[in-house]
Design a protein around this ligand. Sequence first.
Ligand code: NAD
Length: 324
Amino acid sequence: MVAIHSTARGPSLGGCRMWSYEDEGEAVRDVLRLARAMTFKAAAADLPLGGGKGVIALRPGTALTSARRRAALLDFADTVDQLDGRYITAEDVGTSSRDMTVIRSVTPHVGGLSRARGGSGDPSPYTALGVLAAIEVTCERQLGTASLQGRRVAIVGLGHVGSRVARLCARAGARLIAADIDPAKRDVARALGARWMTPAQALEAEVDVLSPCALGGVLDSEVVPRLRCRTIAGAANNQLAHDGVADLLDARGILWAPDFVANAGGIVNIAVELEGRYDPRRARARVRGIAGTLRQIYDDAESMGTTPLTAALELARRRLTKPA
Ligand code: NAD
């Protein structure tokens, strides 16, 4: 299935998620929710793109043979093609750039192709670069300087993005804490000179920066009172269990970089690919633009007396009413 939430600023873009759902209703709710989130992410990043999402829903416990997986991707590609460019797909949870090559054999409306095929390749390094920019601006605003030299940073989730954020922070002189549910990631932490903790300990560690880089929903009304960080900026999508958590963070004096702004590096990178003649230097320069967007959001939040979440949503809404 494909959901298109908005094409007000341009064709809708959103990854194709291949995931197990209990029933069709659950898959529909997911694709609609994710498509809406993409609208706000693209608009906040000032991209000429709208919000959409694809889902290939699997039955729980089904393992696809490679022939059936390919068939499912080709069916999905037919659906994308019928939309005639109003929806552009890309990789997401459960799909890879190799899958995008399969889809590309049917339709041109695909982003995130491998570098070997002239695409922008793995988005994670760009997402990590954007998260670093978000961490620095958030420190600048909250702690007076953007420098990470000597700052204590806790990274929860050492996956594709988190391990790269950790490396960038280490290079910038930060003192790291790292956590993951996968004990194999302990080696990654050791190589970076990070102190290893359980995810629960890292979430509540006394640090300058908490960087959630695993799954969503980590910040809720039970966790927030126990936090001992001064700022939060990370890659995970949907970090807040619900929007009201932004007020709880604000009341505790913790500055939170809205996730859909901080983690937009991957989509910015794909936007550069869609412009044609992909150039990684141009992509990096654009991703660093996340710093300027976030500064504006913090300024707006201060002048409107509101939270960064409300200011970020307002900025996206303003951009949605004017063409890119
Ligand atoms: P990934 O699967 O490579 O890494 C996730 C890591 O988190 C894994 O190492 C996993 O073991 C760990 N993890 C899972 N549950 C955990 C928990 N409860 N506590 C601690 N660690 C846990 O994923 P990724 O590509 O690095 O993405 C990380 C997050 O960033 C996701 O929320 C993703 O949606 C978001 N994101 C990623 C990109 C991208 O470019 N990959 C772009 C935007 C947003």
